[in-house]
Design a protein around this ligand. Structure first.
Ligand code: FES
Length: 122
């Protein structure tokens, strides 16, 4: 279940390696799961972007859709479009942004940042 959080501070995030940067070519995407959350990483012109792979309209697999206008992904279920750079909704039938995640490359690995895990209850 995706939590529809908004801004994730890249400095505070916990980063998870999702694959080798060299294997995600320009224009390609990979769909992964971190802590049960499906998300997608795109390589667009050499820059990596990560968004949730759950459409805010009806939970469709948005990241499986076509890329248009360089940065827009179209949900394959009903056609809502989102900006892969920041998760912003661009068209109906969705009206709510989807989460986007900070991405960095370290030691050749793509790493996606999620909010830090809550400390254990004492
Ligand atoms: S589930 Fe994505 S547009 Fe409906």
């Amino acid at each position: 279940m995706v939590s529809y959080r908004n801004v994730i501070d890249p400095e505070q995030a916990d980063y998870y390696a999702v694959g080798a940067a060299s294997e995600l070519k320009n224009g390609e995407r990979m769909i992964v799961e971190i802590d049960g959350e499906p998300l997608a990483v795109f390589n667009i012109a050499g820059t990596f972007y990560a968004i949730a792979d759950v459409c805010s309209h009806d939970d469709g697999p948005v990241a499986e859709g076509d890329l248009q206008n360089e940065f827009e992904v179209e949900c394959p279920r009903h056609g809502a479009r989102f900006d892969v750079r920041n998760g912003k909704v661009l068209s109906f039938p969705a009206i709510v942004d989807i989460p986007s995640y900070p991405v960095k490359v370290e030691d050749g690995q793509i790493k996606v940042g999620l909010p830090p895990a809550a400390p254990p209850a004492s």
